[in-house]
Design a protein around this ligand. Structure first.
Ligand code: UDP
Length: 195
């Protein structure tokens, strides 16, 4: 995948991100996906750890309008904006259709929110299997349990909705637990799906 620099951050431009991710899943290629907007690039300027994590991510997609405008100016071609929540929804739909055996995990949000979001998605997407959920507010001890659960369960797709930059840092620190999984920071998506 070719990456273009947006204020020093490599952004990948491709026609079909979910298709690329399904291919990673088939090949068991662990992937960290970052959906980049302007606010995040500004945060990365101040926060060296966040900048490093984004640099190391396998796929950085242009989520925000500002990032897309900049890329259009840079490349002189049409660049499709891909909002994180839309990527997440398309990926879930594709999984239901093409990879119904894939295990999906939702982590983040207030107590009960991820579980409600999972129920909502499973109702709407035939074939989708969400094997586990965990709230984003917990003790250190509960977090350790979550790590053990992820290790044992080995979900292939893990959505982390802790907000920026917490979710990006958490994924970078913990992705070794499920080295073959697709990890995506989804911000407040669970709040939207849970209604
Ligand atoms: N959140 C969480 N644990 C925390 C802090 C935040 O699970 O310790 C969740 C919060 O409940 C919300 C999400 O993280 O669902 C942040 O959503 P927001 O839309 O603010 O994220 P953004 O994408 O704008 O960073």
């Amino acid at each position: 995948t070719k990456a273009f620099s947006v204020l020093g951050i490599p952004v990948h431009v491709m026609a079909n991100y979910p298709a690329w991710l399904l291919e990673c899943l088939k090949q068991g290629k662990g992937t960290h996906v970052v959906t980049l907007n302007a606010e995040m690039t500004m945060q990365a300027e101040r926060n060296g750890s966040l900048a490093k994590v984004i640099q190391d991510a396998d796929l950085v997609i242009p989520d925000g309008a500002g990032v897309v405008l900049y890329l259009r100016w840079l490349l002189w071609q049409k660049v499709q904006r891909c909002p994180g929540i839309e990527l997440a929804e398309t990926l879930l739909r594709d999984l239901g259709q093409k990879q119904p055996d894939a295990k999906v995990f939702f982590y983040g949000g207030a107590p009960g929110v991820a579980a409600k979001a999972a129920e909502f998605c499973q109702q709407r997407i035939p074939g989708l299997t969400i094997t586990g959920t965990h709230s984003g507010y917990h003790s250190k001890q509960e977090e350790e349990q979550l790590r053990q659960t992820l290790s044992q369960l080995q979900p292939q797709v893990i959505f982390v909705g802790l907000g920026v930059p917490r979710q990006e840092l958490w994924i970078a620190e913990n992705r070794h637990l499920c080295p073959h999984a697709i990890w995506i920071g989804v911000g407040g998506s669970f709040d939207i799906w849970s209604g």
